[in-house]
Design a protein around this ligand. Structure first.
Ligand code: NAD
Length: 547
């Protein structure tokens, strides 16, 4: 385990160290170097200097580097999976399935599509007077990108962000959570080994004030932030200083809606997995379950039964389904939410306590009912293994309850009816709505990730995610060779007449009026011929007739 920072592909040891803690045993996992202000400055400088090299490297060559990284990570998958489990506490199978496999899939997607994703594409014209121009959208990188990532998926989240930023042609400084620094350094190591040009990806672990200093650094062009709403607001404030481009992937309070025609076995299993995987520490965890009153009893009974079978223990032991919370602070929040619900009248149907025999930040998977939106567990992000269940009487009520949140990341509806699924998808306020599944789309690189309301701004992943990281440039060519444009000076009476008639031709009421206006344009023909292409007018005839 190498805790040295990565700048220009070199490993940097600093005097100040940070100890990474295993949340299951509370023993140290290892030490990471902590960057000073000067070291953070060197990282930004390295990204700045590498930018001209990286942005001009042919996409095919970038794809080859990503392909190499894919093979290296596949070879080091077990090591990565174990380190993630050690630092964050997720069971080894989960670290492999979500974080390592997800990162490998992202690598192969960006490697395969490197040449295609941001190719310029033609921009057609709607205004007939511009028909002769040839225009296109081009996608240009912006420059050094600062990725600030959380601890809850310490490998996959920065992996996807770093890959998107580099695919867009940007260079990166990755500043990971101080809770999980070693995992992020391993990520960087994979790219160094793959032969990424020096300075394209730099990984620096530093304290918050130095992270803030990097945000306001004039050479940082984009900040990609994933974390809590409170920190997101602070980052936005800091980005306002230089109007730095920003994406914010913040909290969630995802609802699951179970209709009476749902496959209840699948719904119950889905709820238990999505609420408790990663010890509930996923922005896309199911944190609120709304069930049709007709089936709520049988659904709840099955959920409680399945929860009883979730094995809590050391994440590196085979057969363990749920490890500890990643840190003491988060554990405290979850216990507070459960206590708040309990005192306000909720019933704890399973869990609710800390297992006495385990030393780390463990908590039992917890199922609650008799909950309402006045309780923190239904209104605020819990970010822990809680599964509160609330019945609904009508579909409209289910939608109203689901949308009654300051968050809007993802939502799911569980039904056998495609029509019902579409009805809900139309009405749920979220960045993604899935049917009979939840949260899988984070690892689908062709999907998007992100949400509305206080869940954040912008989208990550896939082609739409890339658009947040580039200058979308409109490039237009006019080689018609006319000495002037029709609408340029002089503003004489002839031009006024021409414009009056043209407006009627394109936007007037009734074909007869339009044709009349078109015929009355005859005196203006010399001006039209002198300043534009007759073809523009001919090509627009279908529009004139249609309108
Ligand atoms: P956090 O906001 O405390 O920290 C996130 C990162 O920002 C960490 O690296 C932290 O060290 C850093 N940071 C904190 N204050 C900072 C500041 N003032 N300037 C610069 N950097 C600062 O969040 P967390 O506890 O690490 O992660 C959990 C949160 O992340 C949850 O709210 C969760 O919903 C959210 N999250 C969202 C998504 C998403 O895609 N929407 C994904 C994962 C996690």
């Amino acid at each position: 385990m190498d805790g040295r920072l990565i700048i220009r592909n070199e490993r940097i040891e600093t005097a100040e160290k940070l100890t990474s803690e295993n949340p299951a045993t509370l023993e140290p996992v290892g030490e990471a170097s902590l960057a000073s202000e000067a070291v953070c400055g060197r990282a930004v400088q390295a990204a700045k200097e590498a930018f001209p090299v990286w942005r001009t490297l042919p996409p095919r060559k970038r794809g080859e580097i990503f392909r190499k990284a894919e093979k290296i990570l596949a070879r080091r998958a077990e090591e990565a999976g174990r380190l993630i489990s050690l630092e964050k506490g997720s069971p080894y199978a989960e670290s492999l399935a979500v974080e390592v496999f997800g990162s490998l899939q992202a690598l192969s997607y960006y490697a395969e599509n490197q040449e295609r994703l941001l190719r310029p594409h033609a921009a057609a014209h709607h205004v007939p007077l511009f028909y002769n121009k040839k225009s296109a959208f081009h996608f240009h990188p912006l420059g050094p990108t600062l990725v600030i990532s959380p601890w809850n998926f310490p490998f996959l989240i920065p992996f996807c962000d770093v890959l998107s930023a580099m695919t867009a042609g940007n260079t990166v400084v990755l500043r990971p959570s101080t809770t999980t620094p070693l995992t992020a350094l391993l990520l960087g190591e994979v790219f160094v080994e793959a032969g990424l040009p020096p300075g394209v990806l730099n990984v620096v672990v530093c304290r918050v004030p130095l992270a803030e200093a990097m945000i306001v650094h004039p050479d940082v062009q984009t900040v990609m932030f994933t974390g809590s709403v409170g920190t997101g607001k602070r980052i936005m404030e800091l980005c306002s200083r230089n109007l730095t481009n920003l994406t914010l992937e913040l909290g969630g309070k995802d609802p699951m809606i179970v209709l009476k025609d749902a496959d209840l076995e699948r719904a119950a299993r889905g709820a238990v997995w999505t609420s408790f995987m990663n010890c509930g520490q996923s922005c896309g965890s199911i944190e609120r379950v709304y069930v049709d009153r007709e089936v709520v009893e049988s659904f709840t009974a099955r959920v409680v039964e399945l929860t009883g079978a979730v094995k809590v223990g050391n994440p590196l032991d085979s057969g363990v389904d749920m490890g500890p919370m990643a840190n003491a602070g988060q554990l405290k929040v979850v216990m507070e939410h459960i206590e708040d619900a309990r005192t306000k009248g909720a019933r704890i149907l399973a869990g609710g306590n800390r297992p006495a025999a385990l030393p780390g930040y463990f908590i039992e998977p917890t199922v609650l009912d008799r909950v309402d939106h006045k309780m923190k567990v239904m209104a605020e992000e819990t970010f822990g293994p809680t599964l509160p269940i609330m019945p609904f009487e009508s579909q409209d009520e289910a939608v109203a309850l689901a949308n009654d949140s300051r968050y809007g990341l993802t939502a799911s509806v569980w039904t056998r009816s495609r029509r019902q699924a579409e009805w809900f998808a139309e009405r749920l306020e979220a960045g993604s709505v899935t049917t009979n599944d939840h949260m899988y789309s984070f690892v689908e690189p062709r999907a998007i990730w992100g949400g509305i309301k206080q869940t954040g701004m912008g989208r990550s992943h896939g082609p739409y995610g890339l658009h947040e990281l580039v200058n979308i440039k409109y490039v237009s060519m006019d080689f018609l060779g006319k000495p002037s444009q029709t609408w340029w000076f002089p503003y004489d009476r002839g031009l006024e007449r021409l414009l009056e008639k043209t407006i009627t031709v394109y936007h007037g009421q009734g074909l007869a009026r339009k044709l009349g206006a078109a015929l009355s344009l005859r005196p203006e023909l010399p001006r039209i011929l002198r300043t534009s292409s007759v073809l523009n007018y001919v090509k627009s005839l279908p529009r004139i007739f249609k309108g």
